[in-house]
Ligand binder design. Structure first.
Ligand code: ADP
Ligand code: ZN
Ligand code: ZN
Length: 740
């Protein structure tokens, strides 16, 4: 008798172990296959982990595998190992990791292949010509034969009578075959010719392709508009020529349509796109094209790193500084770390690319980093065709207020925008908040309208005239009188995208404005429509949140305005300066990408701040030097590791007590381990947002010296989280994506 060890597709700590099942006669099982098994009173899907000859249980009690879902393993051996590693590294259930490896459509047998009947021409050459000569009179049949000459056609599209006749005569055969649903972004089959590389690009390509033999890990640091994409394309092409495959990760597919169309333009049907906006069927089809080896270049957001490719030659992570590469729910993995690992397994070339690399990534290019952690730095210092970087001007908003200018646009930005529109160019205006006014407050007593479910102020939205909570989505009408003191002096403060849009309409009649933020992009394809209208010139001013800061390449944009640069500067997160620098540099880089030079106006209340000044100078090195020194002084990552357990409960005391108990237990553990000097901070406290979606939040916050045994500490924190009392949810976050 043979047995299969199976992990059932049920995410719960208690069942996160292997269960043994007997393999029925005639069923050939391998690790990585998807099966159906009995589980208590139910039947569940499960992943085969191992096949063995023996089983410790009483053979009479072992239940059999009921069904094999697909004839081939759905999870490749390499990805089985990766899931196991993730299980250790991210302290997630094994099944949570395995689930990432397959399209969700495959689970529970929800999607079936769409198969269709195709007509195929059975005759060729002389036999075909003879047949045509003999059937000159049968006009319809000959028409059909002509259509089939250029390829098989679905029978539904053909004349049924003629088809039947041809089938009878043996000239045509009909076969059942899968039809694939092609996602919209890939429908265009045009192939684009190669541009001649700039010298810097050529050097980068040479170094990277040279590493295809041995594998290697690189940071491609190229200023905005330096043509990083072209470098990626040449590397991928070389990998394909060597019979290998490639993965390209982008922060968000909808925001990087150009990357998709560029890659598709060059690789045609070799490319597959994986992202969340695909329909269930589309995603499943793309996954199968990859699994079968038909598609050899995979483009996608975070989870595309798990694409079932074999023999990977290169993995590219574009805009590597983006926080979307880190998952903010279980399993909390970092796609860059997975990329690092998969590249190692395949001896592939890993390229992290950015104009504004994260501090932690850049640090890995420095001398003294251990070889296994090191990245080789490749720089592109020039824009394509030696175009200049845009000129950036800082405007001190305090001066504007003194001049009596109450508008959200400084004189400088207003006059630049006027010139831009007068000369027929396009402008982008960036403000990192959606809505109209950022908070609503009483002038008399200072009362601020807050969400009843969350401890955050509500944002005024012009559309619908509502106050909206950006955390839970709750809405309410704006108060006419102050709920606290009854005064009628209610004022709207701060600005968001809606206000900027309204001001542009009011002040610049010739502007044709579009807005791109979370509110305008809810419909499928909305992103694409807004960007297409801007590209075609139908609109000439694009107002948006950080959605417009990423990778976009519009040749006619000559002006970029950053309406409120310091908005993100003072958030309670050690990365807030870094993120502000990245945003401003990236959005500034959208200007002057073609022959016309670009101008950037950055409005700020804090023009002396190094984050803003370095961004204005587009000087990454200066920023890095300053910021990494600050991190070292304050012992923030990467000089330390932050880990926290967030306790959430309906009752405020429950969350607090759980956090305080965990603190005590942790203190005792640290003492017992004798690792006090590795713990820089250990503290129970209310979370920065103490009430969220109607639940109270406390945290056990820890900061560890970077040489500490992070994994041991994390395991202990996880154990404490698992012991949280009834009514309290506890979630471990190592290196949290955000600190709210
Ligand atoms: P980055 O990602 O570095 O900001 P992109 O890859 O978006 O830069 O390239 C900027 C623009 O330059 C794109 O329009 C691209 O097609 C073009 N480009 C890239 N390389 C070349 C080249 N060697 N010759 C001409 N145009 C190029
Ligand atoms: Zn009041
Ligand atoms: Zn809320």
């Amino acid at each position: 008798m043979r047995y299969a060890e199976v992990i059932v597709d049920l995410s719960a700590e208690a069942v996160d172990r292997r269960f043994s099942y007997a393999i029925p006669e005639g069923m050939a099982l391998e690790p990585g296959m998807l099966v159906t098994v009995p589980f208590g009173p139910r039947t569940l899907d499960g992943f085969v982990i191992r096949v063995t000859d023996h089983c410790d249980l009483d053979p009479a009690k072992v239940k059999p595998v009921l069904k094999l879902q697909r004839d081939e393993p759905v999870v490749l051996g390499e990805l089985m190992d990766l899931a196991d590693w993730m299980h250790q590294r991210y302290l997630c259930n094994l099944v949570d990791a395995l689930r990432l490896m397959i399209p969700s459509e495959l689970r529970g047998g929800r999607v079936r292949e769409v198969s269709t009947r195709f007509a195929h021409l059975a005759l060729t050459g002389e036999a075909l010509e003879a047949f045509i000569a003999q059937n000159k009179r049968a006009k319809r049949q000959l028409e059909l034969v002509e259509r089939l000459r250029s390829g098989d056609v679905e029978t539904a599209r053909l004349d049924a009578a003629a088809l039947k006749a041809l089938e009878k005569k043996g000239a045509v055969t009909v076969c059942q075959r899968e039809r694939r649903r092609t996602p919209r972004a890939l429908s265009d089959e045009s192939r684009t010719p190669d541009p001649t590389l700039m010298p810097g690009q050529a050097r980068a390509v040479e170094r990277l392709t040279g590493a295809l033999e041995t594998g290697g890990r690189f940071l491609l640091h190229g200023v905005t508009g330096s043509g990083k994409t072209e470098v990626y394309i040449r590397l991928i092409r070389r990998a394909l020529e060597l019979g290998r495959t490639a993965i390209v990760l982008v922060p968000e597919i909808a925001l990087t349509p150009q990357m998709v169309s560029w890659l598709h333009g060059r690789f045609g049907a070799d490319a597959a796109v994986l992202h969340s906006a695909l329909s269930a069927g589309e995603r499943f089809d793309e996954w199968r094209r990859i699994r079968s080896g038909e598609a050899r270049v995979v483009i996608g957001a975070r989870s595309a790193i798990f694409a079932p490719l074999e023999n990977i030659g290169c993995i590219i992570v574009d805009e590597e500084h983006e926080s979307s590469y880190q998952s903010d729910h279980r399993p909390r993995y970092d796609a860059r770390e997975i990329a690092w690992r998969r590249a190692g397994t395949h001896r592939a070339v890993l390229v992290l690319g950015s104009a504004t690399p994260s501090i932690a990534t850049y640090m890995r290019t420095e001398h003294g980093v251990r070889p296994e952690n090191r990245l080789e730095l490749i720089e592109l210092r020039q824009r394509v065709k030696d175009r200049p970087l845009p000129e950036v001007e800082l405007v001190d908003l305090r001066g504007e207020f003194d001049k009596g200018n109450r508008s959200i646009f400084s004189e400088k930005l207003a006059s630049e925008l006027q010139t831009c529109l007068d000369t027929g160019h396009q402008a982008m205006l960036f403000i990192n908040r959606r809505g109209h006014s950022t908070f609503v407050s009483c002038r008399k007593c200072g009362y601020v309208v807050k969400c009843a479910q969350c401890d955050v102020s509500m944002t005024y939205h012009q559309s619908g005239e509502l106050l909206r909570c950006h955390y839970c989505g709750a809405t309410q009408p704006p108060p006419r009188r102050c709920p606290s003191c009854g005064s009628a002096y209610i004022k709207y403060f701060g600005a968001g995208t809606q206000k900027v849009e309204a001001e542009v309409r009011r002040l610049f009649p010739q502007a044709r404005v579009a807005r791109m933020d979370n509110d305008t992009t809810q419909r499928k394809d909305a992103h694409q429509q807004i960007l297409d209208a801007f590209r075609s010139g139908e609109t000439n001013v694009l107002v948006g949140t950080q959605m417009i800061a990423k990778g976009l390449d519009f040749p006619k944009v000559t002006l970029v305005g950053v309406v409120a640069a310091d908005m993100t500067l003072n958030l309670p997160d050690y990365r807030s300066v870094e993120r502000t620098f990245q945003l401003i540099t990236q959005v500034a880089g959208r200007a002057g990408r073609a022959d016309e030079p670009g101008r950037v106006v950055v409005q700020t209340y804090d023009p002396e701040h190094y984050g803003i000044r370095c961004a204005a100078m587009q000087d990454y090195r200066a920023f890095y030097t300053r910021e990494s020194a600050n991190r070292r002084l304050a012992l923030y990552p990467p000089y330390s590791v932050i880990a926290r357990v967030v306790f959430t409960a309906r009752a405020p005391e429950a969350a607090e007590n759980a956090a305080r108990e965990a603190e005590k237990a942790m203190e005792a553990w640290v003492e017992a381990q004798g690792i006090r000097e590795h713990i820089l901070q250990l503290r129970a406290a209310e979370a920065p947002i103490g009430l969220l979606r109607g639940e109270y939040r406390w945290q056990l916050f820890t900061k560890l010296y970077f040489k500490a045994d992070t994994e041991a500490v994390a395991r202990q924190l996880r154990a404490l989280a698992d012991q949280a009392p009834e009514g309290v949810r506890a979630e471990l976050e190592v290196d949290p994506v955000n600190m709210i």
